[in-house]
Design a protein around this ligand. Structure first.
Ligand code: ADP
Ligand code: MG
Length: 538
């Protein structure tokens, strides 16, 4: 069988370069990445076996073999394996769009080191310690396997490999040992043991070396809270999220009774790049009695909380449960409501107990959370309770409660103005009368603000009111004196006839320094919304 030489995709080459030159000080993590991939492959194999008898496998596990003489380390699994196309598409390319996009941005900016620290590099991290990597894999159910090899340069080789067991074996040819650096001898059994214990203890399949099983396999969410350390939560978060930044907050829940479940949720510290893409993945994995069932479980959290990562382990579902059934399951709907409530109440706690974390959360996820205000079935009060907004009162965002506390005597509405940026909104002539009166105005600049502000109505009995609307009932918008309007009448009617699309031109006391401004009808749509509809072709 002939050997083929292929080129890595451009972004993949770029990432490999970074790996070969070791951008991370902590090289140990390559092993956790290989184990994490093996564990994912075992999950997939187990699931496939549920619906197809031929794919069923006994004793799903991970085996690590170290050879001090040859200076190799092999991580082997009897999981789903990869076809030839899989290897080209998954290993030869960076399939995760987020990573590819980050790399593209890196080319254009100087903040490379910072950016790269933000995402998991997965399989390629092995090139931090290897001068060559050999991968043998055979997809479950297929006849022949593939041998893949690369030194992390621009190319890799592939050839057909007969007689392989189903699953994957990654053999790392370790770079020559640094004499002084016994700490980083990855062919050393103790070193391997230590890394597995530290990073991969919770992995649900046995990780074996010789006759020993190195990990406890205990699901974090099933262990008493007092026994699980912060570092373990962080490692688990990395495993399920592929995010290398530590989570902002960890949430544990447990329900007993007729429908039992346990949940372990994480609020990430940064928004993923695809937060606002239609096909953005949701972060919840569903388990049934410790067994992984599916990820991207949209049924378990509303879409405005799609960024929350974690696991829900439900005791009373069938292992064969399908998405269709999930969608109709009354218990699942109940869990969804409770999880959503818990997430919001956790953020509320952050507001009082950890203002920095709260600010980070709202900066990263506020624009998504506010989408919940567009759903009539959601609890708008609970969302608005944790919201904060830029305001004319100062540089820092304000909560609605604080806004209300500052309201002037006689003010009974929450005034807001929407637009594209704070600067644009702040310079708007619409604000002048409010500035003069010292009425605070919320400055809303997220696209979603246009819509919810119109839809929600009120908070705590105080109506939301756009300052760009007609007849702003500022108590002091006085009548324009008769003689003045008389004098301006010819000018006003000339303007009315000349300006296309303008309904009416009148004198006002609402402006203090600008000569004129455009307002909408009190019951019309706001100018920004109008612009948005026009942009959407409506
Ligand atoms: P990620 O795990 O975040 O998807 P990786 O770079 O770690 O990214 O792996 C890329 C892909 O290669 C995986 O998504 C998986 O499809 C495939 N892969 C890697 N290792 C294995 C393995 N041991 N068995 C089967 N597929 C694997
Ligand atoms: Mg991976």
């Amino acid at each position: 069988m002939s050997t083929e030489t292929l080129e890595f995709q451009a972004e993949a080459r770029q990432l490999l370069q970074l790996m070969v030159h070791s951008i991370y000080s902590n090289k140990d993590i390559f092993l956790r990445e290989l184990i994490s991939n093996a564990s994912d492959a075992l999950d997939k194999r187990r699931l496939a076996g549920l619906t197809d008898d031929r794919l069923r496998a006994d004793d799903l596990h991970i085996a690590i073999e170290a050879d001090q003489e040859a200076r190799t380390l092999t991580v082997r699994d009897n999981g789903i394996g990869m076809s030839r196309e899989d290897v080209v598409g998954l290993i030869g390319t960076i399939a995760r769009s987020g990573t590819a996009e980050t790399l593209r941005r890196m080319k254009e900016s100087a903040e490379s080191a910072e950016l790269i620290g933000q995402f998991g590099v997965g399989f390629y991290s092995v090139f931090m310690v290897a001068d060559k990597v050999t991968l043998h894999t055979r997809k479950a159910g297929e006849e022949t396997g593939v041998r893949w090899e690369s030194d992390g340069g621009g190319t890799y080789t592939m050839e057909t490999a007969p007689d392989l067991p189903e699953g994957t074996a990654v053999t790392v040819h370790l770079r020559p040992a640094d004499e002084e650096d016994a700490l980083h001898d990855y062919a050393d059994a103790w070193k391997i043991r230590e890394i597995v214990k530290r990073y991969s203890d919770f992995i649900a399949f046995p990780i074996r070396m010789g006759d020993d099983t190195l990990n406890s396999m205990k699901a974090l969410w099933a262990r008493p809270r007092s026994e699980v350390g912060e570092e373990e939560y962080r490692e688990f978060y990395r495993h399920i999220s592929h995010d290398w930044t530590d989570p902002l907050e960890t949430i544990r829940m447990r329900a007993e009774g007729t429908f039992e479940y346990e949940a372990l949720l994480f609020l990430p510290a940064r928004a993923p790049h695809d937060l606002f893409q239609r096909d953005a993945r949701h972060g919840i994995q569903l388990y049934v009695k410790r067994v992984f069932i599916m990820d991207d479980t949209r049924e378990l959290l509303p879409s405005h909380l799609r960024f929350v990562k974690g696991v829900v382990d439900a005791a009373d579902l069938s292992l064969n449960i399908s998405r269709e059934i999930l969608q109709q399951d009354r218990h699942i709907q109940l869990i969804r409501r409770r999880l959503a409530k818990k997430v919001l109440s956790t953020v509320k706690d952050l507001m009082t107990n950890d203002a920095d974390k709260y600010r980070t959360f709202w900066r990263e996820f506020g624009p998504a959370v506010k989408e919940g205000l567009l759903d009539p079935a959601e609890d708008h009060k609970a969302i608005l309770d944790i919201a904060s907004f830029a305001s004319t009162a100062g540089e820092e965002p304000t909560t609605l409660a604080d806004y209300i506390a500052r309201m002037k005597d006689g003010q009974d509405k929450i005034y807001f103005m929407t637009g594209e940026s704070r600067a644009q909104v702040e310079n708007s002539p619409h604000l002048e009368a409010f500035k003069a009166k010292e009425y605070e105005v919320l400055l809303l600049t997220d696209p979603v603000d246009e819509i919810w502000a119109e839809a929600v109505g009120d908070y705590d009995g105080k109506e939301f009111r756009s300052v760009a609307r007609g007849a702003v009932d500022l108590p002091a918008e006085e009548e324009v004196p008769e003689e003045k309007s008389g004098a301006y009448a010819p000018l006003l009617s000339w303007l009315g006839e000349t300006l296309d699309g303008v309904k009416d031109v009148r004198l006002t006391t609402r402006l203090t320094s600008s000569p004129a401004c455009l307002v909408s009808d009190a019951d019309g749509i706001s100018p920004t919304l109008e612009k948005m509809y026009r942009a959407m072709g409506q």
